[in-house]
Design a protein around this ligand. Structure first.
Ligand code: PEP
Length: 256
């Protein structure tokens, strides 16, 4: 099965939650929930940039740190922005790019998302690229076309090797933070279509190595079915990543 060629990633997206002083307690509670053997599963905690320094102390072979955004500028007069070099200096291994909340709230366009992905690869930070359709697009039957378009816009100009090192998260907008999850079949269909698109554009060797995650109200109860799908290599988890016990269940499922 092709899944053996890929890294399983269980990534938490804390969004704008918790305090830097809560990181240590969270990690010690999470460690109690972690399975004995990782079995190739990596845990990534994408925390607010203010929390990266606190998280850095707890990084290990099994727990990596991630940010949730960077500026598409490298440095200079951009008040309030955070550069890729800055998160790298604080040990970030991953960074979310193109989350639908940033596309909606902060106007991150496909061009900006593409610039950020280039910036991250140049700094050796792994992008977690989020794509996904709105409910209206799904209802109109436009899901696959739209997601393929988002992928190609975001990956534009990357080398095949950089594409291989990009993590893609399929996150239907209607499932994020709503408690309404895509069915196992819906999630698999889109993740498979993403892999097929990668195969067409970059070849089979690259496409079978890209980790594709599902995100959208994944939780302790529904994670098993989603993670068992052949094209789903992990999850990007918002709400349930804030509770060590729930997140631990998902990590254990990803480590099977
Ligand atoms: C997310 O923030 O990427 C996400 C999937 O959130 P939730 O799990 O809360 O739907």
């Amino acid at each position: 099965m092709d899944k053996k060629y890929r890294k399983v990633i269980i990534a938490g997206n804390w969004k704008m939650n918790k305090l830097p002083s809560e990181v240590a307690g969270f990690i010690s509670a999470l460690k109690k929930e972690m399975p004995e053997s990782a079995n190739g599963c990596s845990v990534v905690l994408c925390v607010p940039a203010t929390h990266l320094a606190a998280l850095q102390k707890f990084k290990s072979r099994r727990i990596s740190s991630g940010a949730q955004n960077i500026s598409h500028f490298d440095k200079g007069a951009h008040t309030g922005e955070i550069a890729a070099d800055m998160i790298r200096d604080l040990g970030a291994d991953y960074c979310i790019v193109g989350h639908s909340e940033r596309r909606a709230d902060n106007g991150d366009t496909d061009e900006v998302v593409n610039a950020k992905i280039h910036m991250l690869h140049e700094r050796g930070i792994t992008p977690i690229l989020c794509v996904g359709e709105s409910l209206d697009q799904r209802d109109k039957g436009l899901t696959l076309e739209f997601v393929r378009y988002q992928i190609m816009a975001a990956l534009h100009g990357l080398t095949p090797e950089q594409v291989r090192r990009t993590v893609i998260a399929y996150e239907p907008i209607w499932a994020i933070g709503t408690g309404r999850t895509a069915t196992d079949e819906q999630a698999q269909e889109v993740c498979h279509a993403i892999r097929e698109k990668l195969r067409e554009e970059y070849g089979a060797l690259i496409s079978r190595k890209v980790s594709i995650l599902y995100g959208g109200s994944m939780n302790a109860k529904n994670c098993a079915g989603l993670l068992a799908q052949p094209d789903i290599d992990g999850g990007l988890i918002g709400g349930a990543s804030l509770k060590p016990e729930d997140f631990g269940v998902i990590v254990r499922e990803g480590s099977k």
